[in-house]
Unconditional design. Structure first.
Lengths: 332, 196
């Protein structure tokens, strides 16, 4: 069957078509392909002078394809090598070929570069839908990016206000203040134990910070394993820890607990095949030593007791007697 | 309701009537001053409360408010993106009218979770049309009236619009008469995204 239609119908259906004669010269060009070539009139030009044929490489191959057979082709304008075009070629009577071109994925750049409008595309061409999608997608992505930035800011703020020490998973100082405030406010009795690691600096200096971090995490595990769910274990900073024992004020039991802790800390820990040895010094105070317990005073007294332990040669447990008493009861 | 709709209402109030009005409406509705995230979802009731509060302050009925919102959405220069996306619908206002039936499909390509009004266009004469608007949220007809008015100006077309009364399930029919598709210059539209 042969279908005949006018040149203007061809222009509408395929605004990017080329009709090439057996002499390889362009006989007709669709309005859009003519538009992207600018001032230069395509009619009569040798095909290969205008286009850089990339697939197939030779223009002969375009004409060699069997009748009815359609061949894919890739090409670019010589003066616009960065805008690749793709197309299809069919054989016509009289040794002529009809090529229909499209921008493919390069359509986004092409509309900007050549100032194309909706009318430059065939109605059935999905180029406009694609441009629409690209733009809609960019708008949505921009909106999401902004939202992510806002969420990122909120996340940082939330982390700053969080109650957890990120390295060890223990409570942090802010959490400790809440817990102590609540215990004091409700008039409950409790023990406050201040632990400072011994020889930790040596691990950090000789084996590096990764080893140090590993030790701190291991210490956290030991502290958790030696305490009850109702107790609060705090990484107070660096290699200092505070343990709050709710309702536990028996000095003998606390003393034994402190010694067991030190014993566990002294067991060698291995990091990357190397042995890390630490110990701990402890100072303890009790809420009942104070008429009106105050967080700062209790922390200060436990800290003083801790330094007493350090002065006594480390790995010791010392007691603060509270109420600003200078004397420290020495045990062990 | 999709956050994009609530966010649009927020921009409409702040851009048109000022941040002060937005602040008081937000506080009345229990919405944070920062307003809505365009990519999240909110309960429909929030949107109802918001529109009621704005309407009360401006002494405007719901329909008039939604119509103003529609026009604002396509004519405000801060929201160029939406107007551009609609202009992809076609070269002339007539093309645009016919592209409205695709609007839902287009929107869900970009935002699959955005519930847009369902639109269907019926040609009733050489230049007269009936646009049927269905939406889960009441007021689609008024909103679309505003959008059509704004887009007619954008295309430079002279159009007569007559809004109908929504039926029981909220479906609303708009009568459209295209008097002159080249009444004025309209606004320039380039396929390429303007840079700078």
């Amino acid at each position: 069957m042969t279908v005949t239609f006018s040149a203007s119908s061809l222009d509408q259906l395929m605004p990017m078509h080329l009709l090439v004669g057996p002499d390889f010269r362009i006989r007709r060009a669709g309005p859009s392909i003519q538009k992207i070539c600018g001032e230069r009139d395509l009619i009569g030009q040798p095909f290969t002078r205008v286009f850089d044929l990339r697939r197939p490489r030779s223009v002969d191959a375009l004409f060699a394809a069997e009748q009815k057979d359609a061949t894919r082709l890739h090409l670019a304008l010589h003066h616009e090598p960065d805008t690749p075009l793709k197309g299809q070629v069919v054989q016509l009577q009289g040794g002529r070929i009809l090529i229909n071109l499209s921008f493919g994925i390069s359509v986004v750049e092409a509309v900007a570069r050549f100032g194309l409008t909706i009318e430059d595309f065939a109605v059935t061409d999905l180029a406009i839908e694609m441009l629409y999608l690209v733009e809609a997608n960019a708008a949505v992505t921009a909106e999401l990016r902004q939202m992510n930035q806002r969420l990122q800011g909120a996340k940082i703020a939330a982390q700053e206000q969080a109650f957890t020490d990120t390295l060890t998973g223990l409570k942090n100082r802010r959490a400790m203040e809440h817990v102590l405030g609540r215990l004091i406010g409700s008039g409950r009795e409790f023990a406050l134990m201040h632990l400072d690691l011994d020889y930790f600096k040596r691990v950090n200096d000789t084996l590096g910070h990764a080893a140090g971090d590993h030790v701190l995490q291991r210490v956290a595990e030991i502290l958790v394993s030696c305490s009850r769910k109702t107790d609060t274990i705090v990484r107070f900073g660096g290699d200092e820890f505070v343990l709050v024992f709710d309702g536990l004020t028996d000095t003998k039991r606390l003393e034994a607990l402190a010694r067991r802790l030190i014993g566990k800390l002294e067991e060698p820990m291995t990091f990357a095949g190397r042995s890390c040895r630490i110990s701990g010094s402890i100072g303890i105070t009790l809420s009942r030593f104070y008429e009106t317990p105050q967080i700062d005073a209790m922390l200060h007294d436990a800290d003083m007791a801790l330094y007493e332990s350090k002065n006594r040669g480390r790995a010791c447990v010392s007691w603060a007697m509270g109420q600003g008493q200078e004397t420290l009861q020495r045990t062990g | 309701m999709h956050g994009l709709v609530n966010r649009s209402i927020q921009s409409f109030v702040s851009d048109t009537y000022g941040g002060g009005l937005w602040a008081s409406v937000a506080s009345e509705c229990g919405v944070s001053l920062d307003g809505f995230e365009a990519m999240l979802h909110y309960d429909d009731q929030v949107t109802h409360d918001l529109l009621d509060a704005i309407g009360a302050r401006l002494d405007k009925g719901r329909d008039m408010l939604l119509e103003d919102l529609g026009t604002y959405l396509v004519s405000n220069h801060n929201l160029e993106a939406l107007r551009r996306l609609l202009r992809f619908g076609g070269v002339t206002f007539l093309d645009f009218l016919h592209s409205l039936e695709e609007l839902n499909g287009r929107a869900s390509l970009a935002l699959p979770d955005l519930d847009m009004p369902q639109l269907s266009l019926l040609e009733t004469g050489p230049s007269t049309f009936r646009l049927t608007c269905r939406w889960g949220f009441p007021g689609a007809g008024a909103l679309m009236s505003g959008i059509l008015r704004g887009m007619a100006d954008d295309y430079g077309a002279l159009v007569l619009l007559e809004g109908g009364v929504p039926d029981a399930d909220g479906t609303c029919v708009l009568k459209i008469e295209l008097l002159d598709s080249r009444f004025s210059e309209g606004r320039q539209f380039d396929l390429a995204v303007p840079t700078g």
